[in-house]
Design a protein around this ligand. Structure first.
Ligand SMILES: Cc1ncc(COP(=O)(O)O)c(C=O)c1O
Length: 389
């Protein structure tokens, strides 16, 4: 099996041996009978250690990311937490891309700083800025989220990984906005891929999950141990739903990005919109990098409002009015589901970043473009923009 779409449907999904059921069963058992003391059937003993449904998902995730080992977690943040624990110890230093999800920043800024892990932010597209932020001997990890949340800045995974490796640091990439269908960081030189599977991989806004994929066996041992020792594993039912969703990932992503491209082109021409952030637009500052690094431009579009400079109150008022005037786009956190969502990052997903260097101004609105008909989506955007006039 070579095609992504074929692997998404078939990897770790062979019909059930016992009954021939085309869909393998969902194993809800928390524990497994031992044939004699310490003799486990196919390695299964207790669900925190391993569960057949979770194992199937993990195998599929690793395969689709082009890695060797996959780990499925209870949330994206739990997966990120495992990456930190697997790669860092007190006294170590991390370089973070200077745009990223507020919850990731919070993890470093509020939780791990107190445990002695230091960090600096850097513009990872500027090699000099990255090199200046690295503390030789102390920097053990460089963290990239690309495209970034919410302003869709694209960071260069190959360049960052090459520079990080020169200093003996690992590179972790949050691939949530792309999914492996659109971007495979391990193939570009990264060491660790992390996901909030709550988003495109789950795809239907009905699960909470995270994932880590690596190719290095020693790193994989660490994640396996953290799974077992800390227990932030995904439940069998969430694992099953996520695996089910992987099968339609390619077709969903195709439609997400087709709709998103049409919306970005519409917004860019609208006089009420000051700026549109979408990597597929030729005017996007990293459009050429996005073409090289990604296999498509994704389903997320953000915009900034006019009448406002530097996030002034007028821009914020327009952004909030617009977000609340949308009818088909639901005002909600999260992204990557079949339904379109609108989010006001400054007060929703990135509220914890207020007053920090990654603060998002109030004039920005983020759209997660769903699979609805494009005419309905465009009509909704038009009427909401009218509300601002
Ligand atoms: C880019 C990104 N990474 C990680 C997370 C955290 O994932 P979760 O909410 O599944 O814990 C999010 C959540 O919004 C996200 O947008």
């Amino acid at each position: 099996m070579t095609d992504f779409e074929t692997r998404a449907v078939h990897v770790a999904q062979a019909p059930d041996e016992l009954t021939g059921a085309v869909m393998p069963p969902l194993y809800l058992a928390s524990t497994h009978r031992q044939d004699s003391v310490g003799v486990h059937r196919n390695g299964y003993e207790y669900s925190r250690v391993a569960n057949p449904t979770r194992d199937a998902l993990q195998e599929a995730l690793a395969n689709l990311e082009g890695g060797k080992f996959g780990f499925s977690f209870a949330s994206g943040i739990a997966a990120e937490d495992a990456v930190i624990r697997a790669t860092l110890k007190p006294g170590d230093h991390v370089v973070l891309a200077n745009e990223l999800y507020g919850g990731t920043y919070r993890l470093f800024n509020k939780i791990y700083r107190e445990w002695g892990i230091e960090f600096d932010l850097a513009d990872l597209n500027d090699e000099a800025s990255l090199r200046a932020a690295i503390r030789p001997g102390k920097t053990k990890l460089v963290w990239i989220e690309t495209p970034s949340n919410p302003k869709l800045t694209v960071f260069d995974i190959s360049l960052t990984s090459r520079v990080a490796h020169e200093y003996g640091a690992l590179t972790a990439v949050d691939n949530t906005f792309c999914s492996p269908y659109l971007q495979r960081p391990l193939e570009l030189g990264a060491d660790i891929v992390v996901h909030s599977t709550t988003k495109y991989l789950g795809g239907h806004s009905d699960i909470l999950g995270g994932a880590v994929v690596v190719s290095d066996a020693e790193l994989a041992e660490q994640f396996k141990y953290l799974h077992f020792a800390l227990g932030a594993v995904s439940s069998p039912f969430d694992s099953w739903l996520t695996h089910r969703s992987l099968k339609t990932l390619a077709v969903r992503m195709d439609r997400h990005q087709q709709n998103a491209a049409a919306i970005a082109e519409f917004l860019v021409k609208h006089p009420g919109v000051a700026e549109v952030y979408y990597p597929g637009l030729p005017t996007h500052p990293q459009h050429e990098l996005a073409k090289r690094q990604m296999h498509g431009f994704g389903g997320m579009v953000s915009l900034r409002f006019a009448g406002n400079e530097n996030g002034s109150k007028a821009g914020t008022a327009e952004a909030i009015r617009f977000a609340q005037a949308l009818r088909l786009f639901t005002l909600a956190e999260s992204l990557g589901g079949v339904e379109s969502l609108v989010n006001h990052p400054a007060e929703m997903t990135h509220s914890s970043a207020a007053g920090t260097p990654i603060e998002v101004t109030g004039d920005v609105v983020r759209l997660s473009v769903g699979l609805e008909g494009i005419n309905d989506l465009l009509s909704d955007l038009k009427q909401a923009l009218e509300a601002n006039r």
